[in-house]
Design a protein around this ligand. Structure first.
Ligand code: MSP
Length: 636
């Protein structure tokens, strides 16, 4: 087994705040990273953000801010969340960083030198939500058949990557490395997709302003997936003066991704790497999706609790445990409050928490808080050995949920042994009874020491608390130590016993959250979400007549308008409408303007208000009165 382990998460789009799906990918990657550290590997763990592309550009425009401002905001949220969740990444890459842009440029130059890039025209469909080019056969009535989401027609000059030339080489790679895509179902999907034939891929865009400049061509920006995938090597210094990290850690041991983005990782990425003459990742692992079972949720509480509320109330480790245990890794699962609470009580408060607190408090009561002489009595030592073996095997085979099952079998064995031996009764039986109390408690404490190692990747904070209570917080931590029975030294003074997970009253909690946050995540607006008429009238909507219009220099989307709102001076507005409207056609047209908005700068040009448009995906449709009215007429 290699003693280096480089693991990555996908880099997250910054058009939205993180949710349970993002948490899942990152927590699972963290669990694998921590597991491999625990077995003694030199681990490198990377996560980050994907900040370019049409989706982000539009989201920023909609909010009236620059894309980098939006990215900064969301990145701050990610940093906060990863800290709270105990994510132990070694690096956080942002695609807006120079080190990344340099690597993208380098890989494109290598691919170009290999003769795999040519210039042409792209005419076809684009699904901005996935930043993906969609073949005609997959589009019906302007919608992507698979996802049902609207697509837009692109017609622009583009650089193309000769993906078609890589079909055979990719198939050879898959066949020679049956473990390179996991689980097997995903491997089969990818192979049959590639067997179906590959078309060359457009790798640049001219109709955007936010992205990595294409090398030696100012008109083009690099297609966001080529840009994003390169993060896995840009964060290692690829293309910089110091490639030592790249030399040390590439190729990656595991790219962990959701199943929706497997194709980009299993087809495009290896083909780019082959063309650039770089080694391929060892494994790409696709996990399933978290679904929300609306019916089940609405039946009991009528709403959904956000992960933030769960973290705040139950601690980050409870959420980490739940997502790792509840989802059979690779398959889909449903996220529900009830399932979370049931697991919390049964697995954490009861099986783990109670077994620990019983053992520790009896050690305090009967043995003055000191670990007794080692013992190997009863079934627990053998149970510990098989639990650790099962645990390791499952972790190596990408089944972390089963690894937890193994650990919980050991907890069950400890608990069963305590029940059977009844140390609280034996303690009354004089010296002979006390000998039994000592051996029972040693076996249980030692079992808990092993448990503290097995849960460490999943619940690092709780694992540390347990170790503190066992009096071994400073002992070295590694998995090999777990298999050696008798690691807990006689005479060790245990720490203060505190419940690891206080049991929760499920009914009371569900009632409480329903009252606290009525319909927090449902579509239905509540009293609090509705505006009073006074609040609505705080927004000043007026009709304006466009007097001047011109495209903002260097921007493909923005038009600068001078609008007559019936005021002494014309108002300057900047609007992202150039994709559907020519500046010169707008003069004389009437629009609806939010007139009392704080001014904002877009591409350095000040906008003193905002016009209203219906947005169909990224295409704006301007709103106007159906007959001409005087400029400044109030809309109400
Ligand atoms: N930016 C791209 C990835 C580029 S990697 C070079 C992207 N970003 S994303 O923010 O949309 O998604 C990031 C990850 O979150 C993906 O692996 C995706 O599968 C995962 N999830 C998003 N929603 C999810 C669920 N509901 N359930 C589980 N994971 C899902 O794609």
């Amino acid at each position: 087994m290699s003693d280096r382990y480089y693991i990555t998460t996908p880099i997250y789009y910054v058009n939205d705040m993180p949710h349970i799906g993002h948490i899942y990918t990152t927590v699972m990657a963290d669990i694998f990273a921590r597991y491999h550290r625990l077995r003694g590997a030199e681990v490198r763990f990377l996560t980050g953000t994907d900040e370019h592309g049409q989706k982000i550009e539009k989201a920023a425009l909609d909010q009236g801010i620059e894309p980098i401002e939006l990215a900064d905001r969301v990145v701050a949220r990610y940093h906060g969340l990863w800290k709270t969740l105990g994510i132990s990444h070694d690096d956080f890459i942002r695609t807006s960083e120079d080190r990344h842009k340099r690597a993208v440029e380098t890989i494109i130059r290598r691919i170009t030198a290999n003769g795999d890039i040519y210039k042409g025209d792209y005419e076809g469909w684009y699904l901005a939500a996935d930043e993906a080019f969609i073949p005609d056969s997959q589009v019906k009535d302007g919608h992507d058949i698979e996802s049902g989401r609207p697509v837009e027609r692109l017609s622009e000059s583009s650089y193309f990557f000769r993906l078609s030339a890589y079909q055979d080489r990719l198939l050879e790679w898959y066949r020679a490395n049956p473990e390179c895509i996991r689980p097997r179902t995903r491997y089969n999907e990818v192979v049959s997709f590639v067997e179906g034939g590959l078309r060359d891929l457009s790798i640049s865009r001219t109709s955007l302003t936010w992205g990595v400049p294409y090398p030696d061509d100012d008109e083009h920006l690099v297609y966001v997936w080529l840009d994003a995938l390169t993060n896995y090597i840009s964060a290692l210094g690829f293309g910089s003066d110091d490639e030592s990290l790249y030399d040390r850690h590439w190729p990656a041991s595991m790219h962990l991704v959701g199943k929706d983005i497997l194709r980009f990782h299993c087809v495009y990425w290896p083909a780019f790497l082959m063309s650039a003459g770089l080694p391929l990742p060892k494994a790409i692992v696709g996990h399933g999706w978290w679904l929300r079972d609306e019916a089940k949720m609405s039946k009991s509480v009528g709403n959904v609790v956000r992960p933030d509320a769960l973290i705040e109330r139950f601690g980050p480790d409870a959420l980490r445990y739940f997502v790792a245990r509840e989802m059979a890794f690779g398959q889909d699962a449903t996220f529900s409050d009830e399932a979370f609470l049931e697991r919390f009580n049964a697995d954490l408060a009861n099986a783990l928490g109670n077994t620990a607190s019983r053992t520790l408090s009896m050690t305090g009561r009967y043995l003055d808080g000191r670990v007794p002489a080692p013992s190997g009595d009863g079934p627990v030592p053998a149970a510990a050995q098989s639990a650790v073996e099962g645990y390791r095997e499952h972790m190596e085979n990408g089944k972390p949920h089963r690894a937890l099952e193994s650990a919980w079998q050991l907890l069950k064995a400890i608990d069963g042994y305590i029940q059977e031996q009844q140390p609280w009764a034996r303690a009354k039986d004089g010296d002979a009874g006390m000998a039994l109390v000592e051996s029972t408690l040693y076996v249980s404490l030692e079992g808990l020491r092993i448990i503290s190692l097995m849960i460490e990747p999943f619940m690092p904070t709780i694992a540390m608390q347990l170790r503190r209570q066992l009096g071994i917080e400073d002992a070295p931590r590694n998995l090999d130590a777990a298999v050696e029975w008798g690691g807990l030294a006689e005479g060790t003074q245990i720490g203060k016993t505190e419940p690891l997970f206080p049991r929760v009253d499920i009914a009371a909690y569900l009632k409480e959250i329903t009252m606290e946050s009525p319909a927090a995540d449902t579509e239905k607006p509540t009293e609090d979400d509705l505006l009073s008429i006074d609040q609505f009238f705080k927004t000043k909507l007026v009709v304006g007549t466009i007097r001047e219009a011109e495209q903002v220099p260097k921007s493909k989307k923005l038009i600068r308008l001078m609008v007559d709102l019936g005021e002494p001076e014309l108002r300057q507005l900047v609007a992202g409408i150039a994709e559907r409207y020519q500046a010169e056609d707008l003069v004389g047209r009437q629009i609806v303007v939010v007139a009392n908005l704080k001014p904002a700068k877009l591409m350095g040009v000040q906008s003193q208000g905002m016009l209203l448009a219906a947005n169909v995906e990224s295409a704006p449709f301007l709103l106007s009165p159906d007959a001409e009215v005087p400029p400044g007429t109030v809309v109400s």
